[in-house]
Design a protein around this ligand. Structure first.
Ligand SMILES: Nc1ncnc2c1ncn2[C@@H]1O[C@H](COP(=O)(O)OP(=O)(O)OP(=O)(O)O)[C@@H](O)[C@H]1O
Ligand SMILES: [Mg+2]
Length: 336
């Protein structure tokens, strides 16, 4: 399936690295994939990365599990770019790091054989994060000098959830012990410089419910506190809004014109007994109540003071075609 074509100008033109976080289950992986497609539709060559070993991207694009290697997962139309994807894991990143920085390819493999890689990354969680973000840094900083390496116009990172994002990105303050000096420390410093720069934007995904919206606000405050650049908030799984204010009020307060409802059902060829009408009114009441709660949360999202985007709830979940629809919606709204 070709990437959708974009018409309007994007909201984050100078940003090369888009990091997507949010409360668990709100749609981080789905939004990351849709954003990658949206960016590709503008002619960008895009890399979509995941770092949690979940293989969420492979599932979304309906491809075999992704290795520690860039694979094309979506092809652009004429004038549109491709989306590549990879799963970054700390052990592979460490082997690559050893290979690149110390030219210790064989020694690295020996380390792996003795399980030292696992040992090293287990005892130093801060080092783990430097390795993961370090790979993203490497992909973002390729140029013609890196022979044969593909250059990316944009990178989208399907990142850990809001509860862990500041710690994950704050790589140079989380280093302990030996890693405080030497090459790991200098690596952390250059990664941090990219993450804090205007080349990076951290987007937060939420749904219109109390807990995720609260977590979004807290996440934004925490990121800002850590001097990390906040991008936009993507409100995901928004239900259709086909009732006007008066209709909603009538449903909420039980003042719907019952006779008129029966008449319109019968006009549509449905025999409207009391049970059916009661059921419909009850469902309508619940729907109106949920809409009211959503509106309260939407108002709170708007007060966060960052650009917001909305993505519809796809009935039946997000398949590949649905993913392209979400990408198009992001394009139209100016994200990506
Ligand atoms: N706009 C949408 N409409 C319908 N279903 C959606 C939408 N966005 C996401 N989903 C569904 O919600 C579920 C969670 O989405 P996803 O895996 O992207 O969330 P996540 O935040 O990455 O989760 P996790 O925290 O587990 O990594 C999936 O089943 C996905 O298909
Ligand atoms: Mg996910």
């Amino acid at each position: 399936m070709p990437a959708p074509r974009a018409e309007s100008a994007p909201d984050f033109p100078g940003v090369q690295l888009h990091i997507v976080t949010g409360k668990g289950g709100t749609g981080k992986s789905t939004v990351s994939a849709a954003l990658a497609l949206a960016l590709a539709s503008r002619g960008n060559t895009v890399l979509l990365c995941e770092v949690e070993g979940r293989q969420g991207i492979a599932q979304l694009f309906d491809v075999p599990p992704l290795p520690y290697e860039e694979r094309r997962v979506a092809r652009g139309t004429t004038g549109a770019g491709d989306v590549y994807a990879m799963a970054i894991d700390a052990e592979s990143a460490l082997l690559e790091y050893l290979d690149m920085y110390y030219r210790l390819g064989r020694a690295g493999k020996a380390l792996d054989r003795f399980g030292v890689v696992e040992f090293a990354t287990t005892i130093a969680p801060g080092v783990r994060d430097v390795l993961l973000t370090g790979k993203v840094y490497e992909a973002a900083n390729r140029n013609r000098r890196n022979k044969g390496a593909r250059e990316y116009d944009a990178i989208v990172l399907d990142a850990p959830p809001t509860g862990r994002i500041s710690q994950f990105l704050n790589v140079n303050t989380e280093l302990a012990g030996l890693a405080k000096v030497g090459p790991i420390k200098s690596q952390a410093d250059v990664v941090m410089k990219l993450l804090r720069s205007s080349r990076t934007a951290i987007h937060l995904v939420t749904v219109l419910e109390e807990m995720p919206v609260q977590e979004t606000g807290d996440g934004i405050a925490e990121l800002r506190g850590a001097d990390l650049p906040v991008g936009g908030v993507i409100v995901n799984m928004v239900r259709p809004q086909d009732l006007d204010a008066a209709e909603r009020a009538a449903l909420l307060h039980g003042t719907v014109d019952r006779e008129a409802l029966v008449a319109s059902l019968e006009k549509a060829g449905i025999s409207a007994d009391d049970e059916l009408v009661d059921g419909l009114l009850e469902e309508g009441h619940d729907h109106a109540e949920r809409r009211q709660l959503e509106d309260t949360q939407r108002a709170l999202v708007e007060q966060l003071g960052v650009p917001t985007y909305e993505l519809p709830l796809m009935p039946g979940g997000v398949d590949l075609a649905g993913l392209y629809e979400l990408a198009e919606a992001l394009c139209e709204e100016g994200l990506g």
